[in-house]
Design a protein around this ligand. Structure first.
Ligand SMILES: Nc1ncnc2c1ncn2[C@@H]1O[C@H](COP(=O)(O)OP(=O)(O)OP(=O)(O)O)[C@@H](O)[C@H]1O
Ligand SMILES: [Mg+2]
Length: 503
């Protein structure tokens, strides 16, 4: 089949360097072009690459409403009287994206000529043009082109990544595919450590998967704690943002004293030290009551678990499964503690470059919430601002982009956007994602489950792709409603049998 699919036409709007239309050849197949597809045409500048934004069908026989109606009155369809089908044609409205010339990509500064042939794009050219990488992360297929979307690791994680979509659009599925690619990466290409904050246990399937279980470690509620004795006064105060500056000063002196005296201490020792101090009675009482707050949370214990260094291992996935922890504040404290520690260890070169994935990021890094309600926001924003210099990369996953800290979101230089329908979220995405033009934005509500738009530094141009099938086991949390019903029924049957046997 010929690669030529059409011819550039001349009309009132072009061809120009900003847009042009081409008419599609009659013999170029049943559906020769789709909206979103890439094409190429030769110009004086080199090979121009364009993206089809809209496809129109037109037929001059049907242009005059009154003649169509008159002919219909005769009772004979128009196509029996005239060669109507021969006059139907397709026009593709196209945006020129760039020009490829002897290995370089240039801006379009010269339009294609009317009459130029438009061709299906060559796969190698598209790969180069989009900045894809043979050794990159294979996350899916580029829609309408039989090309794997292999994204360069550095471009994707040098800065930070946001994955945004409504619930059920496929964010966690895509993230699992990313994990597979990161864990399966050849050793000679380098392997980052991956740590994921998993509030709903969506990734625990990796721990049971024969292919990935050796590279995965899951930590659940019973394995996670923050060691009080290892906390600096500054960290303790970070968990108690309500404290006044006088109380903070007192607490700093007390904790510093205790740290000098003892290597490991708990709440009891801290409370005793407060009692012994010469602070006013009312300050002592307030401090004790704040500490009581922390003490009530089960996550504070004498020692920290797991060891933070062991969380960050090259080529390994560490899952902090917080699904059994009910309190939002506790979850935020854990994220604050582990994120701060990981970042500090990375800054001092004690752990490898890592990717820190935060599911439900709007819970941990919300916009417009007081400091008490957003304990972990500060450290996430700090990593968002400074992480890049230390190769500490964030992946923020959220179903409510509008509730996500603008500071953090604006530092995510690559956005993967799946289906979003809420107009406020769409507006927010349009404003915060570079490269999302109004044409691109319009396609977002129509995306199907598993379809994703990737924009920003990871790709040279916004790219629509279909996420590839995952190889790893899906967590029970991801199974379909009907499957859950059957699982429940089977479980009940087993329980009943056990009960019968017991009786
Ligand atoms: N690329 C895909 N191919 C096939 N099935 C998919 C794909 N993406 C998602 N699904 C299916 O769609 C369902 C929802 O996907 P997923 O759990 O990833 O959504 P989500 O965006 O993470 O939702 P939530 O915000 O509620 O966590 C799952 O059952 C999953 O198996
Ligand atoms: Mg999810």
């Amino acid at each position: 089949m010929t690669r030529t699919i059409g011819t550039v036409i001349s009309n009132l709007e072009g061809p120009s360097t900003l847009k042009f239309d081409f008419v599609i050849r009659e013999d170029s197949g049943k559906i020769p072009v789709n909206t979103g597809q890439f094409i190429q045409t030769k110009t004086e500048q080199g090979t121009l690459i364009g993206r089809v934004d809209e496809v129109l069908k037109t037929n001059r026989y049907f242009m005059q409403a009154e003649s169509v109606r008159e002919f219909e009155k005769t009772g004979r369809p128009l196509n029996e009287i005239f060669p109507v089908d021969r006059w139907e044609y397709l026009v593709a409205k196209t945006t020129p994206l760039g020009v490829y010339d002897s290995g370089n990509i240039k801006r379009v500064t010269y339009p294609p000529s009317p009459g130029s042939k438009v061709e299906k794009i060559d796969g190698n050219l598209l790969n180069k043009f989009l900045g894809l990488d043979e050794n990159g992360l294979n996350i899916g297929k580029i829609s309408f082109h039989d090309i794997k979307a292999k994204i360069n690791l550095t471009k994707m994680f040098q800065k930070h990544l946001a994955i945004l979509a409504i619930s059920g659009a496929g964010k966690s599925y895509l993230t699992s595919v990313l994990f597979e690619e990161l864990l399966g990466r050849k050793i000679n290409l380098g392997n980052p450590a991956v740590i994921v904050i998993d509030p709903h246990g969506e990734y625990v399937g990796f721990g049971n998967d024969p292919k990935y279980k050796n590279r995965t470690k899951i930590y659940s509620e019973k394995d996670i704690s923050v060691g009080i004795s290892r906390l600096s006064p500054y960290q303790i105060m970070g968990f108690l943002p309500q404290m006044s500056s006088a109380q903070k000063r007192e607490l700093t002196t007390i904790v510093q004293k205790l740290m000098k005296k003892k290597k490991g201490y708990g709440f009891k020792e801290l409370e005793q030290e407060i009692e012994k101090s010469d602070a006013k009675r009312v300050v002592k009482d307030t401090m004790t009551s704040w500490l009581e707050h922390l003490k009530n949370s089960k996550i504070f214990q004498k020692y920290t678990r797991p060891n933070v260094k062991s969380l960050a291992q090259p080529g390994k996935l560490s899952i902090l499964d917080l699904s059994q922890i009910v309190s939002k504040r506790d979850k935020q404290i854990l994220v604050t503690y582990f994120a701060s520690k990981l970042f500090w260890l990375r800054r001092t070169g004690q752990i490898p470059p890592f990717i820190f994935v935060v599911e439900e990021a709007h819970q941990f890094c919300p916009e417009g919430v007081s400091r008490e309600g957003a304990l972990s926001r500060r450290i996430i924003e700090t990593i968002a601002r400074e992480g890049r210099k230390f190769h500490a990369s964030l992946v923020l996953i959220s179903q409510r982009p509008i509730q996500l800290s603008t500071t953090a979101l604006s530092q995510c230089n690559t956005h993967i956007i799946m289906r979003v329908t809420n107009p406020y979220d769409l507006k927010h995405i349009g404003e915060s994602s570079e490269g999302v033009t109004s044409d691109v934005l319009k396609t977002i509500p129509g995306l199907r489950v598993g379809e994703a738009l990737i924009v920003g530094e990871a790709v040279n141009y916004p790219l629509l792709l279909k996420v590839r099938e995952r190889e790893s086991k899906e967590s029970d949390k991801g199974i379909k409603f009907e499957e859950a019903l059957l699982n429940y029924r089977n479980q009940r049957k087993l329980n009943d049998k056990d009960m019968e046997a017991f009786m």
